[in-house]
Design a protein around this ligand. Structure first.
Ligand code: ATR
Length: 311
C-alpha cells in the first residue's frame, strides 16, 4: 500500500499515557491540511507527540486555549477566524506577534525551579505555573515562499497587491519591511485599501504606496483576496486596468484549487507563477520549530501536505 499521510507512518510512536499534544483551532476546521503535515513532521523527528484539529468558535476560543494549557498541550496553531483574537488572549507576545499584530502559533511554557520560563516539552514533571506565548509565523512564510517558489527577493521591487483583509495586510506590511520600493493596493472595499496604505506609509515611510492599478510593469502581482476559492469565481484583477503580462511573476495565496483562473491567465501570459501552498508549508515548519526547538523536516512535511491537499 502506498504511504498515505492519514495512515500511521513507519516511524510514528504509538499513542500512550505519555503522548504529548499540539493542535490547531479554527472554524471551519474540517478541511485543514495541518494535521497531515504536522504529524508527518512529528513522526520524522521520532517524537511521541500528536497534532490534532478542533472546531472552535470565536466565543469558545479563550476557554479552548485555557483547556489546552490545563491539559499540558505543548502548543497550538490558530487559523481563521482566530488570529487577531488570540493576540489579545495570550500571556506574552513574541516579537513576531508584536510586529505583525496577529498570533497564529502559541507555545505553552512552564516556570522552572530557577524561575526561568521554558517550553513545556522540557519538563517531565509538570510545572506549577504555565503561560502561553504568542508567535506569528505567517509573515516570514510569505517571504520564504516568494523566495523559494518564485525566486523573488522583493527588496527594491514593485508589487501589485490584491486584497486588504487579514492576509493582505500581513503581506503588505511584510513586503514593506523586506524593502519593497513601491506598492499598489487594490481592494473591493476601497476604504480598507486606503487604511492599509496609510498604515504602510506610517510604519515604512520609505515605501511608495498608491491605492489603484499601476501604469508601469511590476515585479510581483500577489493575490490575497479569497476570489478564486470557488470554481465560478471571477478573476480578482481588472484586466481592463492592468494587463497581467505586465507582472513578471504572479503569486496566488489560494492553494485549493491548485490553479486559480488568475494563475491560468498568468501562465498564458508567460508570467512565472506560484500558488500559496508554500506559505502554508513554511508557516507550519516554523511553528514546529518553535515547539520542538529542532529544525523541521521540510521535505517530509511538504510531501505530506501535497498528498493531503492534492491527493
Ligand atoms: P483573509 O484572512 O483570508 O485575508 P479576510 O480578512 O476576510 O480574509 O479578507 C478577504 C479579502 O478578500 C478581502 O480583501 C476581501 O475584500 P473586502 O475587503 O472588500 O471584503 C476580498 N474579497 C472577498 N470576496 C471578494 C469578492 N467577491 N470580490 C472581491 N474581493 C473579495
Amino acid at each position: 500500500m502506498p504511504y498515505n499521510a492519514r495512515m500511521p507512518g513507519p516511524s510514528e510512536e504509538p499513542i500512550n499515557a505519555s503522548t504529548r499534544y499540539c493542535a490547531v483551532f479554527g472554524s471551519p476546521i474540517k478541511h485543514s491540511a495541518s494535521p497531515a503535515m504536522q504529524n508527518a513532521g512529528i513522526a520524522a523527528l521520532g517524537l511521541s507527540w500528536r497534532y490534532l484539529a478542533f472546531e472552535v468558535t470565536p466565543e469558545e476560543l479563550e476557554s479552548a486555549i485555557a483547556g489546552a494549557r490545563t491539559m499540558h498541550f505543548l502548543g497550538l496553531n490558530l487559523t481563521v477566524p482566530h488570529k487577531l483574537l488570540a493576540f489579545e488572549m495570550v500571556d506574552v507576545l513574541d516579537e513576531s506577534a508584536k510586529m505583525w499584530g496577529a498570533v497564529n502559533t502559541i507555545r505553552f511554557e512552564g516556570r522552572s525551579d530557577s524561575g526561568e520560563w521554558k517550553p513545556l516539552r522540557e519538563f517531565s514533571d509538570m510545572p506549577g505555573e504555565i503561560r502561553s506565548q504568542g508567535f506569528n509565523t505567517d509573515a516570514d512564510a510569505i517571504t520564504r515562499s516568494l523566495r523559494e517558489d518564485l525566486g523573488i527577493n522583493i527588496q527594491g521591487g514593485k508589487v501589485l497587491l490584491l486584497g486588504a483583509g487579514g492576509a493582505g495586510r500581513t503581506a503588505a506590511l511584510k513586503m514593506a519591511s523586506d524593502g519593497a520600493a513601491e506598492m499598489f493596493l487594490i481592494n473591493r472595499t476601497a476604504s480598507k485599501a486606503e487604511d492599509l496604505a496609510e498604515e504602510v506609509r506610517t510604519r515604512f515611510p520609505s515605501v511608495k504606496v498608491t491605492v489603484g492599478y499601476p501604469t508601469v510593469a511590476v515585479d510581483l502581482l500577489l493575490n490575497a483576496t479569497s476570489l478564486g476559492l470557488k470554481g465560478d469565481d471571477s478573476i480578482p484583477l481588472d484586466e481592463s486596468k492592468f494587463s497581467i503580462g505586465k507582472a513578471h511573476a504572479v503569486y496566488d495565496m489560494i492553494y485549493r484549487p491548485a490553479e486559480t483562473r488568475l494563475l491560468i491567465s498568468a501562465k498564458d501570459a508567460g508570467c512565472r507563477t506560484s500558488n500559496g501552498i508554500g506559505m502554508l508549508l513554511y508557516q507550519g515548519t516554523a511553528a514546529l520549530e518553535i515547539w520542538t526547538g529542532q529544525s523541521a523536516p521540510v521535505e517530509v512535511m511538504r510531501e505530506a501536505l501535497l498528498k493531503e491537499v492534492y491527493g
